[in-house]
Design a protein around this ligand. Structure first.
Ligand code: 5GP
Length: 121
């Protein structure tokens, strides 16, 4: 799938649409989900143009891959949901149609602040 420059997260990255920013560095942007499914629901997205996890793992540089994973930890610590600062969280990625991915810019969901419950409903 070709990357769509008009997807909503691309617009957020370009500053065309506002977001409630949690963290930003050279590799990632993190912000609160507009429609939170749990007490804390954050999104962590790479700054690079990747459609989904498969695209990212195939085409991202080692620096981008490490940057994203480190970014998740930093965000979890900032939100006090990491296991060292809080009680843990769930990191989730939807991939493609069957995975329920709606926004075609690769992103992690971080859920926390309460028990997250069943893994798959
Ligand atoms: P997906 O289903 O693609 O894994 O998740 C997309 C997520 O993006 C959803 O949880 C949805 O609520 C969130 N979302 C969609 N549009 C916006 C937006 O404009 N701003 C923010 N902050 N989140 C959005």
């Amino acid at each position: 799938m070709k990357y769509d420059d008009d997807n909503i997260f691309a617009k957020i990255l370009r500053g065309e649409i506002p977001c409630k920013k949690i963290y930003e560095d050279n590799f990632v942007l993190s912000f609160h989900d507009i429609n939170p499914q749990k007490k804390i629901h954050a999104l962590v997205i790479p700054k690079g143009k990747y459609v989904d996890l498969d695209d990212f793992s195939e085409n991202a540089s080692p620096e981008e891959i490490v940057g994203l994973l480190k970014g998740i930890k930093i965000v979890a610590q900032k939100l006090k949901i990491s296991t060292d600062k809080g009680k843990g969280y769930r990191a989730l990625v939807n991939i493609g149609e069957n995975g329920g991915q709606e926004v075609p810019h690769f992103h992690f969901h971080l859920f926390g602040g309460e028990k997250i419950g069943r893994m798959v409903q």
